[in-house]
Write a protein that binds this ligand. Structure first.
Ligand code: 3NM
Length: 217
């Protein structure tokens, strides 16, 4: 929780709760605690989310206009639940992120409705093309570089994989996998709108996040 607070203080705008081993009750407890700890409870009206609102969120672009129907009073941080649509709703999170082996995007959408955000992981052009046709609000592509944070990761896609993904979708594109303060700029240059990071934030979350933002802004 201290790490989450540091990340928020440093300016993080989207945070994912990811727990691959905990049981559902523990996950829900932790997710609710995370929500309490970063002080966003009861602030999200879960209005219709427009694509631009998501894009603004993932890029930190200040000049992207919000369309009618965007979130009107947004919380400082969007909390995204990994894999589990049920826990997203139960913990009143702002969205769900699913992988290729989780519920399909449309099955998740049926659970979370149009007011919460939906992200989908992809690892190759075929998956990206398929996810592009769904109601996903943003797509992820990875692993861009080698990662030790994921069990059985898919093959590395490299910067070329990010470029190819960019050419295949106009949805906000989040790059993930082995991204550090040293290589983040190259990932954005390759066409990603934002980066998702685990390892390079863990040791000193506040300082690392500030350095990421310095590199990316
Ligand atoms: N998903 P790190 S790579 C959770 O390829 C996750 O979809 C990936 O952690 C994908 O920043 C990954 O430590 C791990 O490499 C990212």
């Amino acid at each position: 929780m201290a790490a989450a607070e540091e990340l928020v203080a440093a300016g993080a705008t989207v945070m994912q709760y990811r727990n691959k081993t905990g049981n559902a009750r523990v996950m829900l407890e932790q997710a609710r605690e995370l929500r309490r700890c970063i002080g966003v409870q009861d602030q999200n009206p879960h209005a219709e989310i427009a694509n631009d609102a998501i894009l603004e969120r993932v890029t930190h672009a200040e000049n992207v206009p919000l369309k009618a129907g965007s979130l009107l009073s947004e919380p400082a941080v969007w909390l995204i639940m990994n894999d589990r649509a049920d826990l997203c709703v139960a913990a009143d999170f702002d969205g769900v992120h699913v992988g290729q082996e989780d519920l399909s995007p449309e099955a998740v959408r049926a659970i979370i409705g149009s007011g919460r955000c939906l992200g989908v992981s992809t690892h190759n052009p075929d998956q990206l093309r398929e996810a592009e046709l769904t109601s996903a609000d943003y797509l992820a592509i990875g692993p861009v570089f080698a990662t030790s944070s994921k069990e059985r990761p898919d093959p590395v896609v490299g910067l070329e994989g990010v470029r190819r993904a960019r050419a295949l979708t106009r949805k906000p594109l989040v790059a993930i996998g082995g991204i550090t303060r040293s290589n983040a700029a190259s990932v954005i240059e390759a066409g990603a709108d934002s980066v998702a990071v685990i390892s390079d934030l863990l040791r000193d979350p506040g300082k690392s996040a500030e350095e990421f933002f310095r590199v990316l802004r």
